[in-house]
Design a protein around this ligand. Structure first.
Ligand SMILES: [Zn+2]
Length: 65
């Protein structure tokens, strides 16, 4: 296992190779849906880095295919 993220199945579209991390432009692995209707994409590295904060604000995380 390379990730400790808890993923949630949602109706959001699957991530593709065209989706990029909002922080470093690497391929996005995790989509974070914010309670405020916002959406952030993260690579594995940045997803782990921001996970505590995302959980704190109630974001819903979903991983790609
Ligand atoms: Zn990144």
């Amino acid at each position: 296992m390379t990730t400790a993220l808890t993923t949630t199945s949602t109706a959001t579209p699957a991530l593709t190779q065209l989706d990029r991390c909002d922080r470093c432009s690497a391929a996005a692995k995790v989509r974070a849906l914010l309670p405020t209707d916002g959406e952030l994409l993260f690579c594995g590295h940045h997803a782990r880095m921001h996970l505590p904060r995302l959980r704190e604000i109630g974001a819903t995380l979903s991983s790609g295919p």
